[in-house]
Design a protein around this ligand. Structure first.
Ligand code: GLP
Length: 241
């Protein structure tokens, strides 16, 4: 694991956006794995700026998001599809059909998870996978006790994750109970994993991920096994290292 500690959250996001931009600029037909969560918002803002000012082009890029809530249609305002449209997709030259998320309202979510996993493989896998981290050490929606060998599938969200994400919904009861998420094994297949964490509330999870014992009680520790992981943190998130 390579750990980059930046003085501020803004600098950490800019460094992360720079890693993404380098991959897009230097890879033939790049495939990006994307993440949601408020930590990523500045990264996407920086990528939009790079697109506008440095003419960084996403014209040949394909994207696969980590996860989507089960039960939300792609046009639901709280779906991760709409979040990505608002933050990135509608502002850059990504081809609309090259932007993939699991379909939260698929009639058979189990089949949808299998289809999604196959679609990633059909594109030759992911060059760079962006990741945030949950307070309980989840990546994607791989909650504690997730099998480290799992691939894309349905996961039940923990109460703490539903509470943390309730801020995006009008009523906490509206937060979905299930998600389709890439599995840990899917994430570990990416050729480069880049995890961004900022703020003191993530310090404990960051310390466990980097220094703690490998185990399903902190799914992010699986990244210790990945040959090329870059963790980008600000000073606050690095405070317990
Ligand atoms: C959600 C997402 C994760 C993300 C996490 C942290 O649970 N599924 O991919 O890493 O939130 O989000 P935030 O950056 O808002 O703390």
């Amino acid at each position: 694991m390579k750990v980059l500690v930046l003085p501020t959250a803004e600098r950490a996001a800019a460094r992360t956006a720079g890693l993404v931009a380098d991959t897009v600029a230097t890879t033939d037909q790049p495939v990006l794995g994307l993440a949601t969560g408020s930590t990523m918002e500045q990264v996407y803002a920086d990528l939009v700026t790079l697109h506008r000012t440095d003419s960084l082009s996403f014209a040949t890029t394909t994207t696969f998001n980590l996860d989507e809530y089960v039960g939300l249609s792609p046009d639901h305002p709280q779906s991760y599809r709409q979040t990505m449209e608002a933050l990135l997709f509608s502002h850059v030259d990504l081809h609309p059909q090259a932007c993939h998320l699991p379909r939260g309202n698929a009639p058979n979510p189990y089949a949808e998870a299998e289809r999604y996993e196959a679609a990633i493989a059909a594109k030759g896998g992911i060059d760079l996978q962006l990741l945030g981290i949950g307070h309980n050490g989840h990546i994607g929606f791989n909650e504690p006790t997730s099998s480290l060998g799992a691939r894309t599938r349905i996961k039940t969200l923990t109460r703490s994750t539903r509470e943390a994400n309730a801020r995006f919904f009008d009523d906490p009861k509206d937060v979905p109970r299930y998600a389709i998420t890439m599995g840990i094994a899917t994430i570990l297949d990416a050729r480069h994993a880049v995890l961004l964490a900022t703020g003191s509330s993530k310090a404990e999870a960051v310390a466990r991920m980097i220094e703690g014992p490998l185990g399903a009680d902190c799914p992010a520790t699986a990244l210790q096994m990945h040959p090329r992981t870059t963790v980008v943190v600000d000073r606050e998130a690095a405070a317990k290292l």
